[in-house]
Design a protein around this ligand. Structure first.
Ligand code: NAD
Ligand code: UDX
Length: 465
């Protein structure tokens, strides 16, 4: 089997950055170069101050600090890195299309195609090209066609190696992956390429966790894994609405069903709705694919997971409005948390964005505190919706760096992200600072209803009457 000495990854984002840092850490003999066209992002990956890395993940700065400059490099010299590498990972963004055919559902593959064309143009030696980005089924054949028809007569082997890390636990997920999936052709050269890539992961993962499949199974499995996980969240959220109308308690229902080993206990936490860059995008993509293959029932089935998620976010915002005597106009509502989950600075598709948008439409005045998300990011998220002007967003919503400042004279607090620090606050002090009656809407089921009511709060917890 070919021994690998140089690899490169195109795309220094939430997947490319952590994945390549871990590979460099586990494979000291391999030189790993992560390239991106975004100069600012690369500068931040190279910043001497490790607290300025563009991505916050527990354990990441330690790994980057230990390997950067040795066998881990971040650069904007895309062509050089492509030419030198034996394996090229494509880890660029694949957002939902915002134009043309498939608008609002299909994955936009323009960044992936640009990478393929660039590899074809630059490569002078044989390469293994690895799809790390999440891609629709049959994308590998499109990449192959571009590489074979545009290239310099070098041989390309295309593999699908989707990433299953979750943000907030990326380093741990990479080091202790349940499985790594490697899809490729069953030809002798395809098998050899799969073995070469497997040998990288075998530095730290047992062989039985490295699964080899055909390329289409690998591409489809990634979309399906995300659809199944999101479906569990939407299923439990649907039941949370029913619990609120009855005396059932969603925590008790989750535990009762999760202890059935056929169901399992994970991903049964009711919440204000799932967010993140993957779930919605990947399900919409699955829906689009099913519909384009003439399977409307399959498409409708999975689309319902998204419909339920939108309902949960709207339901939370509506509950705040109706509880505050049917008007939030001019009322100060503090948001604790903006990220889509704890331990990440990522806000893509965060439920907080949509809850804020619904409340701002009712002229609420929102003050946001999040331990890791920047003010610029929060305003960019709201401006992107184009519901109101950027000036109005800045007039109605303020961002603060202190949680107690957010609570000052607030009519209500909404917990939108499950940051651990929220559990440690002195909630008596928070209560004192707020206007009375002091309302607390817990979208993450973090606090005890009994304890909060004892302090004087009017407390609402998703899934509990
Ligand atoms: P991201 O937006 O954080 O990073 C993508 C990077 O690619 C950006 O920095 C962008 O500048 C760069 N890029 C785009 N086109 C380029 C080009 N032609 N040349 C060089 N750089 C280019 O995205 P991400 O969250 O890292 O996701 C990447 C892929 O991985 C997506 O397909 C996503 O679905 C998938 N994925 C993401 C996660 C996650 O948790 N974020 C998990 C599993 C899979
Ligand atoms: C997900 C997949 O888990 C990961 O395997 C894939 O590679 C990328 O997409 P991520 O979106 O980073 O990862 O985080 P995840 O932990 O899956 O959470 C997604 C959303 O669901 C978050 O908003 C989270 O708060 C929410 N969630 C999760 C719940 O509301 N309840 C749960 O029980 C679990």
């Amino acid at each position: 089997m070919k021994k690998v000495s140089k690899i490169c990854c195109i795309g220094a984002g939430y997947v490319g950055g952590p994945t390549m840092s871990v590979i460099a850490n586990q494979c000291p003999e391999i030189q790993v170069t992560v390239v991106d066209i975004n100069q600012e992002r690369i500068d931040r990956w190279n910043d001497e101050d490790l607290d300025k890395l563009p991505i916050y993940e527990p354990g990441l700065k330690e790994i980057v600090g230990a390997n950067r400059g040795k066998n881990l490099f971040f650069s904007t010299e895309v062509d050089k890195a492509i030419d030198e590498a034996e394996i090229i990972f494509i880890s660029v963004n694949t957002p939902t299309k915002t134009y043309g055919k498939g608008k609002g559902q299909a994955a936009d593959l323009k960044f992936v195609e640009l990478c393929a064309r660039n590899i074809a143009k630059v490569a002078t030696t044989d390469k293994i090209v690895v799809e790390k980005s999440t891609l629709p089924v049959r994308t590998a054949s499109a990449i192959k066609s571009i590489l074979e028809n545009t290239g310099n007569q070098v041989n390309f082997e295309i593999l699908s190696n989707p990433e299953f890390l979750a943000e907030g636990t990326a380093v741990d997920d990479l080091l202790n992956a349940d499985r790594v999936l490697i899809g490729g052709d069953d030809t002798p050269s395809g098998k050899a390429a799969k073995d070469t890539l497997s040998s990288i992961y075998a530095h730290w993962l047992p062989k039985e966790r490295i699964l080899q499949t055909n390329v289409w199974s690998s591409e489809l499995s990634k979309l399906v894994a995300n659809a199944f996980l999101a479906q569990r969240v939407s299923s439990i959220n649907a039941i949370s609405a029913l619990c609120e109308r009855t005396d059932a308690n969603i925590a008790e229902v989750s535990r009762a069903i999760g202890t059935d080993s056929r169901i399992g206990s994970k991903f049964l936490n009711a919440s204000v709705g799932f967010g993140g860059s993957c779930f919605q995008k990947d399900i919409l993509n699955l829906v689009y694919i099913a519909r384009s293959f003439g399977l409307p029932e399959v498409a409708d089935y999975w689309e319902q997971v998204i419909i339920m998620n939108d309902y949960q976010k709207k339901r939370f915002a509506d509950h705040i409005i109706s509880t505050l005597y049917n008007t939030v106009s001019g009322k100060k509502i503090a948001f604790y948390g903006w990220a889509f989950k704890k331990d990440t600075n990522d806000t893509r598709e965060s439920a907080a964005i949509y809850v804020a948008d619904a409340l701002l439409e009712e002229r609420a005045e929102i003050t946001v505190y999040d331990p890791k998300v920047s003010e610029e990011r929060i305003y960019a998220d709201l401006d992107y919706l184009e519901t109101r002007s950027p000036e109005e967003n800045r007039r109605l919503l303020k961002v603060v760096k202190e949680p107690m400042q957010a609570a000052e004279e607030a009519h209500a607090i909404a917990l939108l992200t499950e940051w651990d620090e929220f559990k440690t606050y002195n909630w008596d002090t928070v209560y004192e600072k707020m206007l009375k009656p002091a309302f607390l809407f817990d979208g993450r089921r973090m606090l005890s209803k009994e304890a909060m009511e004892k302090k004087g709060f009017q407390y609402y917890k998703i899934g509990q009457s």
